[in-house]
Ligand binder design. Structure first.
Ligand code: SAH
Length: 458
């Protein structure tokens, strides 16, 4: 016999939200049974409709807010499109920062069982708008016109958008102008269902420090109609453009970029700086999207590494070498490891671009390459990790606790896996001294952290 649940599907009930989930939904408890409701904020009292019941939790829809949170902001409906992709759009920036900081504190205690670690107040942005240096916008058709914008949540319907409040104005302008030009030239939009049509996505990237713009047209077909006119018009109307690239993705897939890229005009890359380090960014390169906060994050990582110039440093999950090159400014030698070969090519090119000779990069899984280095007798004094959301592989954590670098700096985009991994490192002889949350993605649920660990004396 299954236990009877305190709510039934289609019930209308009054609740008080106590918390937010990691993806920003309100959490209310009905006799201990959690109900998740998108849009609900802690402290608010509301009427909700139960739309789904599972054994251990239910989902509700917000019907009416009876008592509002002081952190709630109301967005006029004609402004909605400007907020595409912002899950926390209904929370003031002050409220968002508070929520993210709390989330970090909570998981470090609950999952990491870390009681006496210093968690600093989150570093937010002075101006949390217009920060993204990149847009990849899906293209569709509405009323015979080519439209481009964002997908409605949980749907494949495209909402036409001319301005996104979280993108840099240069990026917004580039997308808008390219959309206009493609309409003038009557370039057919791609249709996901029939897998016909041509233009799938418009992508724009902007080097905030250099003022260089890249435009990428992603098509299903190798043929791009009116290519010459298109290029001429883009150059004329977007004077900052330094690179126009054509990428072909002929597959039925949600992945945006295909493998084949040709330069239609200008350079293959644009350049940008983070601090004093220069980066070449190609259409396919990974590059952090918030340049202002990236600098804050990397400076914190560098501060936590506390380098004197004598250290040998390993940067695991190094991507295009951004953190490695930052560290190389202060270290004797830096070894970067990354699984994507193209990223390592970028990393090597970037090292050369900056005249840095004290960095070496290797392609491979961190949990394979670093144990091998260790076996060969190459141990690091300082180890930096910046893994994807799932956190570090256990083999890597084990190698760290065997290798015993004096310091570990953990850069994380997922507080839950950070907390889990810090616990493993603590049990293996490390002490977490400080954690600094940084808001890299205002108005979204993402939160980034840097943690500093030291090897405990025996
Ligand atoms: N430190 C970089 C990139 C961090 S993103 C920066 O700040 O720009 C995480 C990176 O880890 C990605 O580039 C991803 O390709 C890489 N990665 C994922 N799994 C990996 C593994 N097992 N070993 C090494 N790198 C991995």
């Amino acid at each position: 016999m299954s236990r009877t649940l305190p709510v039934n599907k289609n019930d209308y009930i009054d609740v008080v939200f106590k918390d937010l989930t990691h993806d920003g939904a309100g959490v209310a408890k009905v006799d201990g049974y959690p109900l998740f409701v998108a849009g609900g904020l802690p402290g608010e009292q509301a009427k909700v409709k139960v739309i789904k019941v599972n054994k251990s939790y239910g989902i509700g829809r917000l019907i009416e807010i009876q008592e509002k949170s002081p952190y709630r902001v109301d967005i006029p409906s004609n402004e909605r499109t400007k907020y595409g992709g912002c899950q926390l759009e209904h929370i003031s920036y002050e409220g968002q920062l508070k929520y993210k900081e709390n989330q970090v504190r909570q998981v470090l205690t609950r999952i990491g069982k870390l009681e006496d670690v210093i968690v600093h107040p989150i570093i937010g942005m002075d101006n949390p708008w217009n920060y993204r240096n990149k847009a990849q916008v899906p293209v569709g058709v509405k009323d015979g016109r080519l439209i481009a914008g964002f997908f409605k949540p949980r749907s494949h319907e495209i909402v036409d958008t001319d301005e996104s409040l979280i993108q840099l104005p240069e990026v917004n302008q580039a997308v808008q102008v390219v959309k206009e030009i493609c309409n003038e030239l009557e370039i057919p939009a791609y249709n996901e269902e029939s897998h016909k049509g041509i233009l799938r996505h418009i992508m724009a990237r902007y080097g905030k420090q250099t003022g260089e713009l890249m435009v990428v047209l992603i098509t299903r077909t190798t043929d791009l109609p009116h290519r010459k006119e298109l290029v001429d018009k883009v150059i004329e109307r977007l004077p900052k453009v330094k690179s126009i690239v054509h990428n072909v993705n002929s597959k039925r897939t949600n992945v945006i970029l295909g493998e084949k890229t040709t330069v239609l005009w200008g350079n293959e890359v644009i350049y940008d700086f983070i601090g004093d380090v220069k980066f070449a960014i190609s259409a396919l390169s990974f590059y952090q999207v918030n340049p202002v906060q990236t600098k804050v994050l990397y400076e914190k990582a560098l501060e936590y590494a506390n380098l004197t110039g004598d250290e040998s440093v390993i940067d695991a999950y190094c991507g295009i070498g951004t953190i490695s090159l930052f560290l190389a400014q202060k270290a004797k030698k830096v070894f970067g490891v990354e699984v994507v070969p193209e990223a390592i090519e970028d990393a090597r090119r970037n090292a050369e671009l900056n005249g840095m000779t004290n960095v070496e990069f290797a392609v491979g899984e961190a949990e394979v390459v670093i144990p091998r280095w260790y076996k060969e007798g190459n141990a690091a004094d300082v180890l930096v990790v910046d893994p994807p959301r799932k956190g570090c592989d256990e083999t890597l954590l084990k190698t760290i606790t065997d290798m015993k670098p004096k310091k570990v700096v953990y850069v994380s985009c997922n507080p839950a896996t950070l907390a889990r991994d810090l616990r493993i490192l603590e049990d293996g002889g490390y002490k977490t001294l400080e954690v600094q949350p940084v808001d890299m993605f205002p108005h979204t649920t993402h939160v980034e952290c840097v943690a500093q660990l030291i090897l405990k004396p025996d």
